[in-house]
Write a protein that binds this ligand. Structure first.
Ligand code: GCU
Length: 419
């Protein structure tokens, strides 16, 4: 009996090994498995939710499920933050903006982590509404100004930017300016605050120890916060700082992110009510895309490639998406009634554009409960034809990236809701 059992375990294990080596993403809409999405306006006992008050209560429960089963539970910040101004330029962006680099030192229990935040503010119109977003390669990649520092924390491969030397260096200065059109934001009267995501938590699996994880010694559990939650938590610390600035209209701060940082922006918007708008650019699997579709990247695949991004508990749903107590449309529903923009790239099939659209559209009943117009699941738009309501969506020509076209829509969307 014992041998049979061990043999079964062995066969199962081999099966999983083979699966992970031979993962072939599904890109065929006719091969989407049949699935039942959890209904957004249902209580845990199956009763219907018909009032905002009932939803507000249910919202807390769903948030807790996302924390314990998917992203991990983030600690409540109880440390101190020291602010140091590193540089300031009152004639940035052809004299139209004030640019500052600030070091936020998070101190707790004798330990410290430094976050370097680059801020641009329109000179003419303050207090200014702001975009707040993490960047992938360092603040210096957004500007040619040599005063802006190259990150000294763990650095994402510089080779990704076409720079031969892999170490953080000045060679990549300005390399991401097209992805962050600061001049256009300033022109519209908006500011930008950005920081390198590796300052908050280095993007590799080290058992949840470095970055802001290191500020806490709490023993690791199945529901401990992964890196996506840590990045989102770091965004909240920057928000703590922004709320102290007179030049910032902290009632109008949009949290924005691309790809893994789009996942972080969505989670930041869900856990921190101070963000009044959320923008998810190509956030894909465990971002805006519905997990149950298993189109492109899947839960099993993402957990195997990036075991440090989510709570360890989330691994239980590898190839078991139907057992997930929540799907990603419920994450968007948690953001209601805030304006949310979701963007896809038509050649970024790995991120499942239609699944990203449906993630937003299936949140509709909750937006309607607040008297807001969302998207309906039947109206997936053609390429380059944005839809803008309380939820915005576009599928742009081209692939994975946060491009000028995407920003043009985000600026229009911000104008629509903020002006
Ligand atoms: C990988 C990963 C995605 C992620 C992306 C990114 O492609 O599979 O889930 O969004 O990296 O962050 O660029």
């Amino acid at each position: 009996m014992k041998q049979v059992f061990l043999l079964m375990i062995f066969v199962l294990h081999q099966g999983v090994q083979v699966y992970s080596q031979a993962f072939v993403p599904n890109y065929d809409e006719t091969n989407i498995p049949m699935y039942d999405l959890p209904k957004v306006l249902l209580n845990a006992d199956g009763s219907e939710i018909t009032t905002k008050a009932a939803w507000e209560k249910r919202k807390e429960e769903i948030l807790a499920v996302f924390a314990s089963q998917v992203y991990g539970e983030s600690p409540i910040w109880d440390g101190e933050m020291k602010v140091t101004e590193l540089s300031s330029n009152r004639t940035a962006i052809d004299g139209k903006a004030i640019q500052k680099e600030i070091k936020l030192t998070l101190q707790r229990d004798g330990k410290a982590v430094d976050l370097y935040v680059l801020i641009f503010l329109p000179r003419q119109q303050t207090p200014a509404p702001m975009f707040l977003g993490l960047n992938f390669y360092g603040n210096h990649t957004l500007t040619m100004d040599k005063a802006v520092l190259v990150p000294q924390s763990w650095m994402r491969n510089n080779a990704d930017l076409g720079v031969e030397n892999n170490l953080p260096s000045d060679k990549s200065r300005g390399a991401r300016m097209a992805n962050w059109p600061v001049g256009d934001m300033i022109e519209h009267g908006y500011g930008l605050a950005t920081l390198y995501y590796g300052d908050i938590d280095p993007d590799f699996d080290d058992g949840f120890k470095n970055g802001v994880h290191g500020l806490y010694d709490s023993p690791r559990t199945e529901s401990s916060w992964g890196s996506v939650a840590a990045w989102a938590w770091g965004l909240s610390r920057v928000m703590d700082y922004l709320t102290t600035l007179q030049e910032v209209d902290s009632e109008r701060v949009a949290v924005v992110g691309h790809s893994r940082l789009g996942k972080a922006a969505l989670w930041a918007g869900a856990i921190d009510s101070r963000f009044s708008m959320v923008i998810s650019n190509n956030s894909g699997c465990v971002g805006a895309a519905l997990s149950r579709r298993r189109y492109g990247e899947t839960v099993g695949r993402i957990n195997r490639s990036f075991p440090h991004w989510f709570a360890t508990r989330f691994i239980a749903y590898n190839e078991q998406e139907d057992k997930l107590p929540v799907d990603q449309h419920q994450l968007i529903a948690l953001l209601a009634p805030k304006p949310v923009y979701i963007a896809s790239g038509v050649d970024d099939q790995w991120a499942d554009p239609r699944g990203e659209f449906l993630g937003g559209a299936e949140a509709l009943p909750v937006y309607e409960l607040y008297g807001k117009r969302g998207l309906s699941p039947e109206e997936f738009p053609p390429v380059d034809r944005p839809l803008m309501r309380q939820i915005g969506y576009h599928i742009r020509s081209g692939g994975h990236g946060m491009l000028p076209y995407d920003w043009q829509q985000y600026l229009l969307f911000a104008n629509m809701h903020w002006k």
